[in-house]
Design a binder for this molecule. Structure first.
Ligand code: ADP
Ligand code: MG
Ligand code: ZN
Length: 560
């Protein structure tokens, strides 16, 4: 089995002249019969890493994919270039399944796509047991990890099912999630030597990232979509209700929109997806239920209408832009209130204590992303473990030519106030003391007698909170764990207090509150409804209107 063959197939079936980063190495491992984990960004070209070996190896390559709705498209695309592939999933009748299985047994297919759940059927497994299966490809392999963002219990049992095959196949696991913990889980669960992990650079040179703050989101979207009328894009919103709302809003403004969320039936979802893939609609408004595995090459922009829950989901969703290599934009519309909403969601849906702590930490990283003034692409690469990423020169921050001003004195005010308060409090309380709030808690703790009380009274609680977020994102302040995280001063922060380090910040645009309190309340109600209707959520989650009202009341107010 020579690698030459792989190159020939690349050219003759797919029409490409050379492999992209990571593809060759992965394919070499597979052809050597070594289990391998392949980690590439979305759009990096993971499919070819098992499709090309499937053409070379005798027998049928089994592809395990969670994306039932996309199997048909993937198989059609392969058939179109003359590769024999098929799928077996719940969209087929029992008769069709048997027909296809018989064809598979006759050796008619080079690739067979199935969902992981199917392999849990002993009868089905029995049919596969004695077939020549040289390779099992596990797509979206992060679903194996409970630390990933799309855990599927049946993924955990894949290795058991592989063990039941007569001849032990080679295993290739593919994912775009690169965090060490997920990587470790994948290798461990599927018996992959960790040295056989192929990771390519995660930089996407044609994507330009930016974070938009302080603008009315709806008018921003209106403007953006108008300006990019000819282009295809995705707008992600946090709730189904919000998707519907945006959808109706844009439709009324004469925009050609589609929508996609878990509250729609299978048929209309499939239809909307198809219309988007065919360029019949310009803009897709969706919850994060949309997009995994979708290969639409000409998506020019991905906008997040709200703060995503973590960097993993963000990079995956944003990465759907620009698969064709042309310049594309990835934008987060950020409002500090989103933090509360996401925290609430994590607290209400994650019951495992460690998991909750981890999810909150991940959320904090996402918030840091929105507040940093450094290169956004570099921030992402650093998060995924790439050493010394360069400034990209393309992102919103790299292009931001506002001059940085020296804010060391303000930073010293914040940091010294934190120390005087005993480093036991959260952002809002610190901001209240600094702005001289007469809040009961401030008085009860006797903080109005501190020398730092009111030293920033010319600013609002909201502005000071924002500044604190900035100091967190630049690691002058550390965020503790748990439900009410306390803030502490880092060594770097202590250097600022000692006058050994200067803090610089770009002149600030006024960050306005983007959502009114009553709107936020409505938003939380919608989330509550949606969680309750989602499968697998334990029935003991109780969201009372009071708890929601409480939460919206805790938000920093405009009026200070
Ligand atoms: P992933 O699964 O990693 O998100 P895909 O396998 O769907 O990515 O590939 C993304 C796009 O890149 C597809 O349109 C594919 O045809 C294209 N592609 C893959 N490999 C190459 C290559 N070697 N040269 C050029 N284009 C490629
Ligand atoms: Mg893929
Ligand atoms: Zn940059």
């Amino acid at each position: 089995m020579s690698f030459e063959q792989a190159l020939q197939h690349l050219k003759s079936y797919f029409g490409y002249d050379s492999f992209r980063g990571g593809q060759e190495e992965t394919i070499r491992h597979v052809l050597e019969g070594e289990n391998v984990a392949c980690i590439m960004p979305t759009g990096g070209g993971k499919s070819l890493c098992y499709q090309i070996p499937a053409l070379i190896l005798p027998g049928t390559t089994l592809v395990i994919s969670p994306l039932i709705s996309l199997m048909k498209d993937q198989v059609d695309a392969l058939n179109q270039v003359g590769i024999s592939a098929t799928f077996i999933n719940s969209s087929l009748t029992a008769t069709e399944v048997n027909e296809r299985l018989n064809e598979v047994k006759m050796g008619e297919y080079q690739l067979l796509y199935v969902a992981p759940e199917r392999l849990e059927s002993p009868a089905f497994l029995e049919q596969l047991r004695f077939l020549p299966i040289p390779l099992v490809a596990i797509d979206e392999a992060h679903c194996i990890s409970q630390w990933g963002h799309d855990f599927r219990p049946s993924y955990l049992r894949i290795h058991q099912m592989i063990a039941q095959l007569e001849d032990q196949p080679t295993v290739v696991a593919l994912t775009a999630t690169a965090t060490p913990q997920v990587r470790e889980d994948i290798c461990h669960s599927l018996n992959i030597d960790e040295e056989h992990t192929v990771i390519t650079g995660f930089e996407r040179k044609n994507l330009s990232f930016s974070v938009v703050k302080g603008e009315d989101r709806l008018s921003y979207i209106d403007r953006y979509v108008k300006q990019n009328e000819q282009e295809s894009g995705i707008i992600y919103a946090a709730t189904r209700k919000e998707v519907d709302h945006l959808y109706e809003h844009l439709q009324q403004n004469g925009v050609n929109v589609g929508r996609y969320h878990a509250g729609m039936n299978d048929q209309s979802r499939a239809l909307e997806q198809e219309r988007f893939l065919q360029d019949d609609v310009q803009v897709m408004i969706a919850t994060s239920a949309f997009g995994m595995g979708i290969d639409k090459s000409n998506i020019r922009y991905v906008i997040h209408f709200q703060l995503p829950k973590n960097m993993e989901s963000y990079y995956q969703e944003a990465g759907r832009a620009g698969r064709d290599g042309l310049d594309s934009e990835c934008i987060v519309l950020y409002s500090p209130q989103d933090i509360r909403v996401q925290r609430y969601l994590i607290e209400q849906t994650t019951f495992h204590q460690n998991r909750q702590v981890q999810d909150l930490e991940k959320l904090q990283q996402m918030v840091n992303y929105c507040h940093t003034e450094g290169c956004l692409q570099a921030f992402i690469l650093h998060y995924f473990g790439e050493e010394k990423p360069n400034r990209c020169g393309r992102c919103g921050n790299c292009r931001d030519d506002r001059t940085a001003v020296d804010v060391t004195i303000d930073a010293q005010k914040v940091l010294s106030c934190m120390i005087r308060m005993g480093e036991r409090f959260g952002k809002t309380m610190i901001a209240q003391v600094l702005t001289g709030s007469k809040n009961k808690k401030v008085i009860d703790f006797n903080f109005h007698s501190l020398s730092t009380y009111g030293v920033m009274k010319e600013q609002s609680v909201k502005d000071v909170s924002n500044f604190i977020e900035y100091l967190i994102s630049e690691q002058y302040i550390a965020v503790g764990q748990g439900q009410f995280p306390t803030l502490t001063v880092t060594n770097r922060g202590r250097d600022v207090l000692l006058g050994n380090e200067k803090v610089m910040r770009k002149e600030q645009v006024q960050v306005r509150q983007l959502v009114r309190d009553d709107e936020l309340f409505e938003h939380l109600r919608a989330i509550r409804k949606e969680i309750a209707s989602e499968e697998g959520v334990p029935p003991f989650v109780v969201f009372s209107d009071e708890s929601l009202r409480d939460m919206s009341a805790q938000l920093p107010q405009n009026s200070d």
